[in-house]
Design a protein around this ligand. Sequence first.
Ligand code: TYD
Length: 204
Amino acid sequence: MAEGLFITLEGIDGVGKSTQAQLLVEYFTEKGCNVVHTFEPGGTKLGQSIRRMLLDPENQQLAPVTEILLYAADRAQHVAEVIQPALAQGKVVVCERYIDSSVAYQGYGLGLSVDMIAAVNKLATDGLEPNLTICLDAEPETALARVGGDRIEKRALSYYERVRAGFLSIAAQNPQRVIVVSAEGLETEVAQRVQRSVVGRLAQ
Ligand code: TYD
């Protein structure tokens, strides 16, 4: 089976993941690679329904464990339907958010067991891990100023501080996979940092 390249972008809401993912896709496309740009939650048709449930401001009563299982269900479908088939065809997959988001938001943010989240996600993804993760990092105040107000974004600033700390500790625990890139400054500057990090790591 041919092996592709699986790259994820992570970070708190408003750090500019979508823009940077798009620029990375353009970079790989120009290099002649076959690239798939995808995201979670909602990277499949079924996932779009799950995404609506998760982000609906009316679902304030969602139990934390329900939340983790819905994200994992979205991810399971996404891996089976989009990510794994693309990797099997040797493609580059650029994915906005993956397991690290569940660990950071539901684990560090909501206080659910990180071991439980890891176990649920191992089942959901059949153990598929990214080759490389770019963690875009910014102060919650800066990042949140860019986004509106769905259910999750309405949570308190202290929640986003815990989530950010979560991403940074995931990066510290997985230095061979995760690179932290500052998301502060101009989009073009951030893009240069991202590209340099990716190229540098792939050359190793
Ligand atoms: P996303 O569409 O990436 O939002 P944004 O573009 O604003 O960053 O993700 C939607 C929300 O879902 C976001 O607040 C992060 C949250 N989320 C989790 O809490 N756990 C997860 O496992 C994932 C994938 C996302």
